[in-house]
Design a protein around this ligand. Structure first.
Ligand code: APR
Length: 246
């Protein structure tokens, strides 16, 4: 990333409503492996799309539980990076700021972002497989996983959206509202392949937002973006903050 377009700084200075969509790329610099390239070691022989489903859990709850326990450890070792931290600061500059993420690693909340919509849930939370009731805190110790929800007695599962499941309605509605009202819409570190998240920048662009893409490589969003900033989120976002500070 050589320099920021001056027009972008001007647009941001006059913006009131800013919305952001993030994907796996924002966490790349924290060392969180993407869903697909996380399949190493013991897990290499499994296809993630055949583990991340309610049917897979019903068939072999222990296997799916243990896969998530392993992925959770990978996430737990990761720390928010300069990109996550710059988004925390960016939020403070606007009256209306909404951050929608497709990531389940919880790093935006850990960094300190306040208005975060976790569209695909969080690997750091659990709920009852039968009733959907959330679990407060950590699962009880258990010799024969998955552990049970202390109130419902149902098996605990990660509070993530599995293939074939609906997205959390309120988070999706709020993400759409933010996209439609945004003066500036950032799409950061996402390959724009998974719907409905991928439709958010398009909604924003149709409603008149300036769309800013931050990604080292081209994506389907590049065509609709007003600005395509080719670089790493951990470098471009701090540069934007710095430019706004001048
Ligand atoms: N900064 C910004 N972008 C980056 C960086 C970086 N440091 N490193 C990689 N990228 C970009 C890649 O170029 C790619 O376009 O991040 C994008 C990651 O794309 P995907 O791996 O497809 O991730 P994502 O778009 O989040 O996937 C969406 O698909 O796997 C499912 O449910 C899962 O939420 C996930 C969804």
């Amino acid at each position: 990333m050589s320099h920021l377009p001056a027009d972008l700084t001007d647009v941001l200075r006059s913006a009131r409503c800013v919305a952001v969509l993030t994907g796996a790329g924002i966490s790349a610099e924290s060392g969180v492996p993407t869903f697909r390239d996380a399949q190493t070691g013991l897990w290499a022989k499994y296809d993630p799309t055949e583990l991340a489903t309610p049917e897979a859990f019903a068939r072999d709850p222990r296997l799916v539980w243990e896969w998530y326990a392993w992925r959770r450890e990978l996430c737990a070792a990761a720390k928010p990076n300069a990109g996550h931290l710059a988004l925390v600061e960016l939020e403070k500059l606007f009256d209306d700021f909404t951050l929608t993420t497709q990531n389940v690693d919880g790093l935006h909340l850990l960094a300190g972002s306040r208005r975060v919509l976790e569209l695909h849930g969080s690997i750091r939370r659990y709920k009852c497989f039968d009733t959907g009731r959330p679990l407060e805190g950590e699962p009880p110790p258990c010799d024969d996983p998955p552990p049970r929800h202390p109130d419902t007695g149902g098996m605990l599962r990660p509070d993530v959206v599995w293939f074939g499941e609906a997205l959390p309605e309120a988070a999706l509605m709020e993400s759409i509202r933010a996209a439609r009202e945004a003066d500036v819409y950032f799409t950061i570190g996402t390959s724009a392949l998974v719907y409905p998240a991928a439709s958010l920048p398009i909604e924003a662009q149709r409603a008149g937002a300036t769309v800013v893409e931050i990604n080292p490589t081209e994506t389907p969003f590049s065509k609709i973006a007003t600005f395509s900033l080719r670089g790493k989120a951990g470098e471009v976002l701090p540069a934007i903050l710095q430019a706004l500070d001048q």
